[in-house]
Design a protein around this ligand. Structure first.
Ligand SMILES: Cc1cc2nc3c(=O)[nH]c(=O)nc-3n(C[C@H](O)[C@H](O)[C@H](O)COP(=O)(O)OP(=O)(O)OC[C@H]3O[C@@H](n4cnc5c(N)ncnc54)[C@H](O)[C@@H]3O)c2cc1C
Ligand code: SF4
Length: 311
């Protein structure tokens, strides 16, 4: 159906993002293809894409082996939305922008924008592209731990890294075919890997991230064997801070290395003035969320790195 109908149809899973957007006329579709049939079982490191975020966040196996992933799922929006929103839907959720996530009347009054109904970007008017912000909480964590997804379509199934699911484009932000369904998320073996997700938002009870850091860390004693840091809400796709991860490899973790890695990790973050609070402050806070995520992941590994801010 999805292949036949093309842009006239969209998939709907929990509908927690899609339905409000349909009400605001952010999409023009004639058909919705329900995905309630998706598996919602969580079995070891395999998560059915239909599993709700609450099921992921509260699952003992995920909380034990993939603490950062459970944490990210548990920090999405609010409890009622986590009871309906799915793990698959969270990976595919639309990018966001203050000029786009508004009512139809509001957008009409300002002449619309490139992402829907208009022809210029109101954030960067001389830019030919849309800079709407990737705002999924679980996507950066899935990338940090090296997760893959199973994509099913009319031509069969394929497995792809979550990292390959995104494009740096606020409009065409998913790299999969529009008719492909995410049916499963596979988390790799996490033996000796500690993960943590730290999210910044105005209201801890419901808001989307305005900056966030996902860290997956393997330690050999106090020395970092491997580290992956992925940032949320600082670009149109989750941004991997590779230089910071590479810097940490082989280093003993202490307050100084954590701070230096956080400085490096903040460099690729280039937030624009299209999300909550000021983009200057969001940029400054990236360093802080990375530092906190690194310390949390480290503590999960039994290490006791101290920060200047610690009591
Ligand atoms: C007030 C509010 C606050 C929110 N806060 C957050 C937040 O803090 N962090 C966050 O990450 N999200 C947030 N969201 C967005 C949303 O609730 C979550 O991202 C949720 O996980 C989306 O999942 P869903 O199943 O409801 O997706 P849906 O709304 O059903 O779909 C979302 C998109 O994904 C596509 N899709 C869904 N499932 C699949 C699939 N299996 N395969 C292919 N495409 C698919 C749909 O076509 C649609 O484009 C918030 C939403 C609201 C209304
Ligand atoms: S970044 Fe620009 S084009 Fe994209 S939604 Fe915002 S204003 Fe519109």
């Amino acid at each position: 159906m999805a292949k036949e109908l093309g842009p006239k149809a969209m998939f709907v899973a929990g509908g927690t993002d899609l339905y409000p957007k349909l009400k605001r006329r952010q999409f023009d579709v004639e058909a919705l293809i329900g995905l309630d049939f998706l598996d919602h079982r969580i079995d070891g490191s395999s998560i059915g894409a239909g599993a709700t975020l609450a099921e992921v966040a509260n699952h003992p196996g995920i909380r034990g082996a993939h603490a950062g992933y459970a944490e990210a799922a548990g920090l999405v929006s609010s409890p009622p939305l986590r009871n309906a929103g799915t793990a698959g839907g969270n990976l595919c959720v639309d990018t966001r922008c203050n000029y786009y996530d508004m009512t139809y009347e509001w957008r009409k009054a300002i002449g619309y924008c490139l992402k829907k109904d208009g022809d210029i970007c109101l954030v960067a008017p001389s830019s030919p592209r849309c800079w709407a912000v990737s705002s999924s909480d679980t996507a950066p964590m899935a990338i940090a731990v090296g997760a893959t997804v199973i994509l099913a379509g009319p031509d069969g199934e394929r497995e792809a890294p979550v990292a390959a699911l995104y494009r740096d484009d606020g409009i065409d932000y998913l790299a999969k075919e529009p008719y492909e369904v995410v049916t499963e998320i596979r988390l790799p073996d996490a033996t000796e890997t500690m993960s943590a997700y730290v999210k910044l938002r105005r209201r801890g009870s419901i808001d989307f991230p305005i900056a966030g850091a996902a860290v997956a860390l393997r330690l050999d004693g106090d020395v970092v064997d491997r580290c992956r840091i992925v940032l949320s809400a600082v670009a149109s796709h989750p941004v991997e801070a590779s230089a910071a991860g590479d810097f940490l490899a082989g280093k003993r973790l202490d307050e100084e290395t954590v701070r230096a890695a956080a400085e490096l990790a903040a460099k690729p973050a280039k937030p624009l003035d299209n999300a909550d609070l000021t983009h200057f402050w969001r940029k400054r806070m990236v360093r802080v969320v990375v530092e906190e995520a690194l310390v949390q992941a480290t503590r999960r590994g039994g290490s006791t790195v101290k920060l200047a801010s610690d009591p």
